[in-house]
Design a binder for this molecule. Sequence first.
Ligand code: SAJ
Length: 427
Amino acid sequence: MKSVTIVGLGYVGLPLACLCAENGFKVYGLDIDKNKIELINKGISPIDDGYLINKLKNLKNKINATVNADECIPNSNVVIICVPTPVDKNNAPDLTALIKAASIVSGRIKKGALFIVESTIYPGTVEEVVVPVLKKHGHEPEKNDVFVAHCPERIDPGNKKWVIENLPRVVGGITKEAAIKAAEFYKSIINADVIMLSSIKAAEATKIMENTFRDVNIAFVNEMAKSFDKAGIDILEVIRGASTKPFAFMPHYPGAGVGGHCISVDPYYLIEKAKQLGFHHKFLLLAREINNSMPSYTIELLENELNKINKKIEKAKVGILGLAYKGNVDDIRESPSFDIINILKAKGADVFVFDPHVKNGSNVRDFDELLQRSQYLILATDHNEFRNIDLNKLKKHKISVVIDGRNCLDREKIRQMGIIYHGIGRS
Ligand code: SAJ
């Protein structure tokens, strides 16, 4: 039986481990988090994701989760790295986890094995960072003593339509043979196209382009929202109008900011690498600047409404709905909610926070307590729980201003109750 070790059992590694187990592989999961290992070996998902909760329940004992690299890597035909590749406080790529994982693998991987990196990386990372670690351990990937490839992950947390089984993938290899082996591996576990690109750099660049494309398009609608707000135009209506064009338009939506470990991070991987190569990505940086301005813009909207009713932000009691970086997930990485909270506190406001998916981040017991203690609301995350709130409760608790950071509440109904409503590009 073919065996695989997945290094890193997060929102990328875990679905991949489940898929390999379902396709007859002997699966090892290697992670540094003992608590996570324990849960997975009990068939419990450490991530609040319905898809994973279900899969793991049915795959109990089919995934051997361990902290011990010696137990798994030497016995694996395939080793796949799925560790986080964040940015540091200066928005420079932080490859610490990747380098550590590459070193753990390089010292243990057996000759002839397939070694794949799925983590999101800038073009050149495998050749310039991972291969030298392999060579230090006596490997020669260019001679296929191990087959080294890159297949960028495309997991979209919470997406029920596009899941790991049916998502097309691209692969690139240090050698053609490595790319072929990687393509064969993914074709054996997914029901979707697997495209072999001519180089590993092209595969690394593909993912960066996908996510940077999304970041600049979100920045585009965020800037349009600011402009239309001045003109009293409802941007949602305009996006709906533009979407009637059956070609050459792709809707994105303005909001209180861009969070998550993909869209808000990946552009910096390309920006930094290009800088080393002597190219300045002014457009990508401008898009990042626009998206990073949305939290303070959201608070500006609140202050403008308070000024109209002769109220001040100082000592204002503001309820924040949502900590997660996007709706219906429990992930708070790079979430704009934290910028909103910090700016409000710096302005002297009292801030109350409730997120049903991030209980340990909330400073009130539940939604009702948040309403009891707040005068004004900012919706920062479009969880379904917030989309479906009983708006009459706002009236009952005398909420007087609502800033809808995801344009997901019923503006008319809120206004009919005499509550001031302002969205992002939606006055
Ligand atoms: N956001 C907007 N406006 C939009 C879309 C998103 O403000 O129109 C915000 C979200 O609120 C969030 C951030 O951007 O704060 C990122 O949202 P996202 O929907 O892009 O979600 P992610 O970060 O989980 O992105 C993933 C990515 N998947 C991978 O990297 C494999 C991305 O490639 C997908 O395009 C994205 O899911 C998706 O399409 O849902």
